[in-house]
Design a protein around this ligand. Structure first.
Ligand code: 13P
Length: 285
């Protein structure tokens, strides 16, 4: 069943759980996300704008993924992740994305709201839903590695006003998580009061980004505080990368097509674990 995030997240919000949103970047990784959810959970495939632009663009990638979603027995949404380029975001909507994230969080609150509102109006034409971000998150890896610090947290008052002004379907909240792979043994501190305050004032569907390695307890408490969508990318990729790295050494006869096929399957248990933590198991209907 192919759906937009709107109804999916409204149900999660009403029933007090979160839907897992897993980063994919090609047909195989998208297939792994759908297969993992066939434990009777709704699921969101998130396609990072930079991946869509660099690998297969939306005019090639979207339709086969939509077809897989339509054939799935569970509700599946496709969400553009961190869409900064509005012309590209529009192309994604045109090709059939059921949801888009408009990430204008680098701008001041007023400009962020103005850009986001224009995307909400655009998405309405396509019957698609919109996620936005107030505050922002750092990235734990790479040359510009920077952990999310308190100046990057979402200001609840700004977020409350933003939700009312823009009419978005979901808001990404920065309250302690960072994108990417945390150092071994590191568990981030989450400031749940930020989520609780926005939830109490708006009742809106709220989103945790940077879910990989955030810790099961932090995730469960996030759902209790009002998070209805949890983004995980890095852990799904790591599970597949480790499989690809070790398998040819363990089995020198591994032929390449089988290795590629088996690698997306190697990430399924990781997603299933997060589905369990999010409380969305059995919530497909
Ligand atoms: P991680 O890669 O840290 O799980 O974050 C995923 C994410 O938030 C995508 O927007």
């Amino acid at each position: 069943m192919y759906q937009s995030m709107k109804g999916m997240l409204a149900k999660a919000n009403a029933e007090g759980y979160a839907v897992m949103a897993i980063n994919a970047f090609n047909l195989e990784t998208a297939r792994g996300v759908i297969k993992a959810a066939e434990v009777n959970a709704p699921i969101i495939i998130v396609l990072l704008q930079d991946h869509v632009m660099s690998f297969f663009d939306c005019d090639i990638l979207t339709k086969p993924i939509v077809k897989m979603a339509e054939q799935s027995p569970v509700p599946v949404a496709i969400n553009l992740d961190h869409g900064h380029d509005i012309a590209h975001l529009k192309r994604c909507l045109h090709e059939g994305f059921s949801s888009v994230m408009c990430d204008a969080s680098a701008y001041d609150a007023e400009e962020n709201a103005r850009i986001t509102r224009s995307v909400v109006e655009l998405a309405q034409i396509y019957g698609a839903s919109v996620e936005a971000e107030v505050g922002n998150m750092g990235c734990a890896e790479g040359a510009d590695a920077h952990f999310t610090d308190d100046v990057m947290y979402t200001d609840p008052d700004v977020a409350i006003d933003f939700i009312k002004k823009t009419g978005i379907d979901a808001l990404a909240v920065s309250y302690g998580s960072t994108h990417g792979d945390y150092p071994e043994g590191y568990v981030p501190t989450f400031h749940f009061d930020i989520v609780e305050k926005i939830k109490a004032a708006t009742g809106a569907a709220l989103v945790l980004h940077g879910g990989s390695g955030a810790g099961d307890d932090n995730m469960r408490r996030s759902v209790e505080a009002g998070i209805n969508k949890i983004n995980v990318g890095t852990d799904y990729m790591i599970a597949q990368r480790e499989f690809v790295a070790r398998s040819p050494a363990e089995n020198p006869g591994y032929d390449y097509p089988t290795l590629v096929q088996d690698s997306w399957k190697a990430g399924i248990d990781t997603i299933k674990h997060y589905i369990e933590i999010s409380g969305s198991t059995g919530k497909a209907r």
